[in-house]
Design a protein around this ligand. Structure first.
Ligand SMILES: CC(C)(COP(=O)(O)OP(=O)(O)OC[C@H]1O[C@@H](n2cnc3c(N)ncnc32)[C@H](O)[C@@H]1OP(=O)(O)O)[C@@H](O)C(=O)NCCC(=O)NCCS
Length: 221
């Protein structure tokens, strides 16, 4: 999954009226693989998808008043990591990025990774434990659409793109994580065939508003 933060929405404040979906919007949206030049957009959308956690992680790594988003952008620009522009599909409208799906094939955890669970910050542990349950799956790590473009089918198209990537990579299953209290996202995933297969309590933390469970949802291809 990824849990974070509305103030990063680049589209700015929009009235309820202007935020209503139009059929036209999704028909004007094109999907493409991200390039390294998209690293900042990838980081911004990861921050939204992560609902607090990515910005918290990046702020821990930021040095001397550095903008956490700068740290996120540097990380998104790497080519070898899972959190990389290479694993992102962007939705664009009129040349502007409006949404993203970032996903990749999950490898089986190494003994070292399993042993390292205890060293992870408490907040991250449930996510790592759940990730270890679905090796070989295509893992949708982040799904986000800028606020002004929501509810017009872009998220659904990005989930379809995830299925396409899973197929291309030979993954028989897709998996993702979502806070149980993010009911809009849970509804979207259920509508797209995902079902809850495991869950963990969410550790309370100031970077996110949730106090229930994180769900591991999956669907076969
Ligand atoms: C979840 C999200 C990617 C959906 O994108 P979208 O383009 O609006 O999706 P679609 O138009 O295809 O589908 C609309 C559905 O998305 C869900 N949704 C809409 N707004 C949402 C929001 N603010 N937060 C969570 N889910 C939302 C609802 O299920 C909605 O269907 P509904 O009409 O039954 O309520 C987008 O709302 C978003 O970026 N939310 C914030 C980040 C987030 O929660 N990401 C998922 C973390 S696991």
């Amino acid at each position: 999954m990824a849990p974070l933060v509305a103030p990063l929405d680049c589209m700015g404040a929009a009235s309820a009226e202007s935020r209503r979906p139009t059929v036209a919007v999704v028909s004007q949206v094109a999907l493409r693989r991200a390039t390294v030049d998209d690293a900042r957009a990838v980081a911004r959308l990861m921050a939204i998808a992560g609902e607090g956690i990515p910005m918290w992680l990046w702020s821990r790594a930021a040095k001397n008043g550095q903008d956490p988003l700068f740290v996120g952008t540097e990380r998104a620009a790497r080519s070898e990591a899972n959190f990389s522009y290479r694993n992102a599909v962007l939705a664009e409208r009129a040349g502007q990025t409006v949404g993203m799906m970032l996903g990749y094939r999950l490898e089986a955890p190494t003994p070292r990774e399993i042993a390292g669970l205890d060293d992870l910050p408490e907040l991250l542990r449930p996510f790592a434990e759940l990730e270890f349950e679905v090796p070989g799956s295509f893992y949708v790590n982040a799904l986000a659409v800028f606020d002004s473009y929501r509810d017009s089918g872009i998220g659904t198209r990005l989930l379809q793109a995830a299925a396409g990537r899973a197929s291309a990579l030979g993954c028989p299953r897709l998996a993702l994580m979502v806070f149980s209290q993010n009911i809009g996202a849970v509804r979207l995933y259920e509508r797209n065939g995902y079902r809850t297969i495991a869950a963990r309590p969410v550790p309370a933390h100031p970077c996110h508003p949730y106090d229930d469970r994180v769900l591991l949802m999956a669907r076969t291809l």
